[in-house]
Design a protein around this ligand. Structure first.
Ligand SMILES: [Zn+2]
Length: 319
């Protein structure tokens, strides 16, 4: 009996050692997996960030080229170069990268992969991990935007310095602009929105309520505030061809259809960007000198079949 117990104990000891050995290797394998999977996920996240930024850089360059009157072929080439430059600057080989550009839909797609040596997984039979990232950015005319000024024009493409005058007939005169009641009504609201922009979203096809009457003093106060901001922050050195990004003198406003009177509604047909040259009071009217500019803004890019293109484009990630 004694012997049997001893034998059993010996036997159980043997089993224990096997169990411990198995448990350790499972534990080790598990630790290796956790470590390597963790490091793969971390570098996969980094790869995704690089792919996103490269797609955006490519789309931005595509837009810049077209808005500077380049051809679509030139836009494609510069978008490709810009995306590749971003990829290689971040230590990823060009050979592991595929950039595809759709001229029609104005998209830049980036596919990139990397192989990574694993630290512990080779001991359980895996030596390399592969990570992939896919990203797609689009550019083109915007179909919605925040931060609009409470004014609109009825025509959107002009060159040189244009004198905009407030609310004068005929209403389809593109040299006119009209006040909008955005996020409120009245003089004070109008002037505030001119200074700081309307923080709600304005979309293509949306109906907007016009603001009653001309507001020459509000127009002068609001727009002069923006010119003064540029003087304060950029020494007033900005102009329509060269300006500090985000300058208060660069504004985006809706282009609308309709003949407003009173609080009539008008319909948004597009968006146009302006550089505010000057604002003066002239015979009781506000005269605003602006230059219509081609501009990339923070707005949302509309569909490729969008007709009104007043050269105010956005750059968005879509995939
Ligand atoms: Zn400025």
């Amino acid at each position: 009996m004694k012997y049997k117990i001893k034998k059993l104990l010996r036997c159980e000891n043997g089993v224990s050692i096997v169990i411990v050995a198995l448990a350790m290797s499972v534990l080790f394998g598990f630790t290796a997996l956790v470590f390597d999977v963790g490091s793969l996920l971390e570098s996969k996240r980094r790869l995704q960030t690089v792919a996103d930024a490269a797609a955006l850089a490519g789309a931005q360059k595509f837009a810049e080229t077209i808005l500077n009157n380049g051809t679509t072929m030139e836009a494609e080439a510069s978008a490709h170069n810009s995306a590749i430059e971003y990829i290689t600057k971040n230590g990823i080989q060009e050979a592991c990268t595929t950039i595809s550009i759709d001229q029609q839909n104005k998209t830049v797609t980036v596919d990139v992969y990397e192989e990574q040596d694993l630290a512990f997984a080779p001991m359980i039979g895996f030596s390399k991990g592969r990570k992939e990232a896919h990203s797609k950015a689009v550019t083109g005319p915007i179909d919605s935007c925040e931060g609009m000024l409470p004014v609109f024009v009825t025509g959107g493409e002009k060159s040189g310095v244009v004198s905009l005058r407030q609310g004068l007939p005929p209403p389809d005169n593109p040299g006119n602009f009209y006040a909008l009641a955005l996020g409120g009504t009245g003089n004070q609201n109008y002037e505030e929105k001119l200074k700081f922009g309307y923080d709600g979203l304005i979309c293509l096809g949306q109906e907007l309520t016009t603001e009653t009457g001309n507001k020459p003093q509000g127009t002068v106060n609001g727009l002069q505030y923006r010119i003064d901001k540029c003087t304060e922050l950029h020494g007033g050195s900005c102009n329509a061809l060269s300006y500090t990004p985000g300058c208060a003198r660069i504004v985006t406003i809706p282009v609308c259809a309709g003949s407003p009177s009173g609080r009539d509604k008008v319909t948004v047909t597009g968006f146009v960007s302006l550089f505010i040259e000057s604002v003066t009071m002239h015979g009781g009217e506000a005269v605003v000198n602006v230059t219509f500019i081609n501009c990339i803004t923070a707005g949302h890019v509309g569909g490729p079949d969008q007709t009104a293109d007043y050269k105010t484009w956005g750059v968005n990630l879509i995939d």
